[in-house]
Design a protein around this ligand. Sequence first.
Ligand SMILES: N[C@@H](CCC(=O)N[C@@H](CS)C(=O)NCC(=O)O)C(=O)O
Length: 168
Amino acid sequence: MPHYKLIYFNMRGRAEIIRYLLAYLDIKYEDHRISQDDWPAVKQTVPFGKIPILEVDGVPLHQSLAIGRFLAREAGLAGKTELEQCQVDAIIDTLDDFMSRFPWAEKKQEIKIALLIALTGQSFLSYFLHVLVEITVSEVVFTEDRLISGNMGVGGTIEFGTQNFTCN
Ligand SMILES: N[C@@H](CCC(=O)N[C@@H](CS)C(=O)NCC(=O)O)C(=O)O
């Protein structure tokens, strides 16, 4: 078994998808959480100066979704056919579009809420729910493991029927 070391801040953020997959795979790993104070020094040492980084036997992997896909493939959660892989990727990438545009650092709650409404008003949420329903109805992707794999890029909890999936 390789040695895995996950480097991120002491928060869920973009590392949580990786932590979920490592937990799902039952892989023991070093969960290295760095403080904001230590970050400027660590930043000089990691590829592209960004985290999360997953080191596999010392090889640094970067980009949370690339790492997520690497682990999802290992876990058999990345789609069973190339078509399904594309569907799962599309959901993840849609969630990432949202995550990238959401004003996480905004301090004022009322501005954050207004921006959230504006963002979701641009159809993200309704379109995303529509996609989930379509997938469910068509039974193309919605077995438990496949929804989990498609569901890991978002914050909060999505409830669908009797299923309840928690994401980062
Ligand atoms: N697309 C990259 C984004 C990486 C990224 O922007 N990471 C942030 C934390 S979520 C970071 O390293 N911020 C500190 C900095 O840019 O100095 C991924 O998903 O891994």
